[in-house]
Design a protein around this ligand. Sequence first.
Ligand code: ADP
Ligand code: MG
Length: 260
Amino acid sequence: MIIDLQHIHWEREERTILQQIHWQVKEGEHWCLLGLNGSGKTSLLNMVNGYQWPTSGKISVLGHEFGTYDLRELRKEIGWVSTSMQQRLYGSDMAVDIVLSGRDASIGIYDTPTADERDAALKWLSSMGCEHLAKSPYRTLSQGEKQRVLIARALMNKPKLLILDEPCTGLDLLAREQLLNMITELRGQEQCPTLIYVTHHVEEILPCFTHTLLLKDGKIFASGTTEEVLTQHTMSSFYEVPIHLEKENERYWLTIKKPS
Ligand SMILES: Nc1ncnc2c1ncn2[C@@H]1O[C@H](COP(=O)(O)OP(=O)(O)O)[C@@H](O)[C@H]1O
Ligand SMILES: [Mg+2]
């Protein structure tokens, strides 16, 4: 079992943010987590990472039950990419150094990397189509390039679990498709970590995401195989408007039906 959340409930300042969450991710599955802004997606994943504790419930990640295991050790096995991370990195660092800092999940690098580590960083950059940017200062990269460098950084530790929290935010159409292609390629690799992809856009649900979880107002609205969950009926009640859902080129496209 990669993730096992049981009876998760989280209250903050007298507000219930997450409730009745049961979610299990098994080896070989890759999940998309879909929900509107503020539905609790990031909060839920902060719990998986051990950055936030639920008010009640049981969490076990990569076979380690929380409360009995050193979370710093666990975090080394989890790759984490989010836009908020971009602001914390040093813009003057070269892309390759940003990737190298993934080894210790640190901001900046503090000891001289070995030749092997440098090679590994270049390899991950190249797998994200960014090898030519190795020596470019991070701040000079486009938004899409920055996100791909962050994924390479997260892969530096060969994580067993890779969480991508809205990685396509702020990307134009082409940069988004490029990033999604890279994720599809990563999925095709033998040692691909379990992927958790967070979004509020249905069209980002790639065929390689075997399962989908719909989160609404801090509760699980639906969860199961992507095919089971992504139906016109379920999506219409999820959004509370009549939805037209189409599947083309193995991707989902959604429009709100016009009132007749
Ligand atoms: N540390 C916190 N303290 C208080 N409220 C929080 C905290 N983190 C998140 N929230 C609230 O929980 C709700 C869900 O937030 P979040 O998990 O970031 O949603 P999403 O990632 O789906 O957009 C929001 O209303 C947010 O304001
Ligand atoms: Mg979020």
